[in-house]
Design a protein around this ligand. Structure first.
Ligand SMILES: [Zn+2]
Ligand SMILES: [Zn+2]
Length: 279
């Protein structure tokens, strides 16, 4: 479990093996490469892309909710894959004989989805080998319209009764999660690099895979984050999706060694003990 300035981020994320990031305070999780006991309770699941390490446990999530008498969850997916995801569930319904009820909801980049009156999430386009998107979470605050600045209560009341909108919404980024992407999918979004908390993938951390190879796989190399340090103005960086070739201690050491000290000081690494059985 990680705490990024008071916001809990937990879960599992090992590149190519399984990824599920849980955000308990926001009551959502991102990806279902594996399900964790408490992520079954998440009514909204945000899917970054359909690789098996991110979507492979979808049917388990759907089935567990049914077993526990919970209403169907909403699974937000990148546009264009919804029919295939529906078809996948349809095959499972045939095999399973159960209802396996789920709401599959495509949501295009740039279109916000309200999670609560004070919280919204907006997908942003990333660059991977299949349709993919990350998610930017923003707090929504209502405040008095600029046009009413300095107005007294009676005037505000009169203008509201006349049908004028007296409030305007402001949005304040709180967290961004990239999912799998090459560095291009991050650099294209200054607002993501500036989010106060940024969960970013870095699958490859040392010279065994070069940044060029990482880009060809649609992934980020740690050296690319190091080169981007000045533009990564997030206050807290959480690296995830580290390849299983790196042990947890090695991953922490490489991040410490290869990131500029100033960036390393605000960076944490999500490492998990799940490893492929073939090593
Ligand atoms: Zn992945
Ligand atoms: Zn992937």
């Amino acid at each position: 479990m990680f705490e990024l300035d008071g916001l809990e981020v937990s879960g599992v994320s090992v590149g190519g093996v399984a990824s599920c990031i849980d955000l308990p305070a926001l009551k959502v999780c991102v990806d279902v490469g594996v399900i964790l006991d408490r992520t079954v309770a998440r009514d909204v699941v945000l899917i970054t892309h359909a690789h098996a390490d991110h979507l492979g446990s979808l049917v388990q999530h759907v089935a567990q909710r049914g077993l526990r008498g919970m209403p169907p969850a909403t699974y937000v997916v990148p546009p264009g894959i919804e029919e295939d995801v529906e078809a996948l569930l349809e095959v499972w319904r045939r095999l399973d004989g159960g209802e396996l009820a789920a709401n599959i909801r495509p949501l295009p980049p740039g279109e916000p989805l309200s999670l609560r009156p004070d919280l919204q999430v907006t997908p942003f386009q990333t660059a991977h080998r299949v349709p993919s998107q990350g998610y930017l979470f923003e707090r929504v605050c209502k405040r008095l319209s600029d046009s009413l600045a300095g107005a007294n209560r009676a005037e505000i009341k009169a203008r509201r009764e006349a049908g004028e909108l007296i409030h305007q919404a402001t949005r304040e980024p709180i967290l961004a999660i990239t999912g799998d992407t090459s560095i291009d999918g991050l650099v294209a979004h200054p607002e993501v690099m500036a989010a106060p908390r940024l969960v970013v993938e870095a699958t490859f951390l040392d010279d065994r895979v070069t940044p060029e190879r990482a880009a060809a796989f649609g992934h980020i190399h740690l050296d690319e984050l190091a080169a981007l340090a000045d533009r990564l103005t997030c206050e807290h960086l959480l690296i995830n999706h580290v390849s299983a070739r790196h042990s947890p201690s090695e991953a922490r050491r490489l991040v410490e060694e290869r990131l500029p000290a100033e960036l390393a000081a605000r960076t944490q690494v999500m490492v998990s003990r799940i490893r492929p059985s073939a090593g």
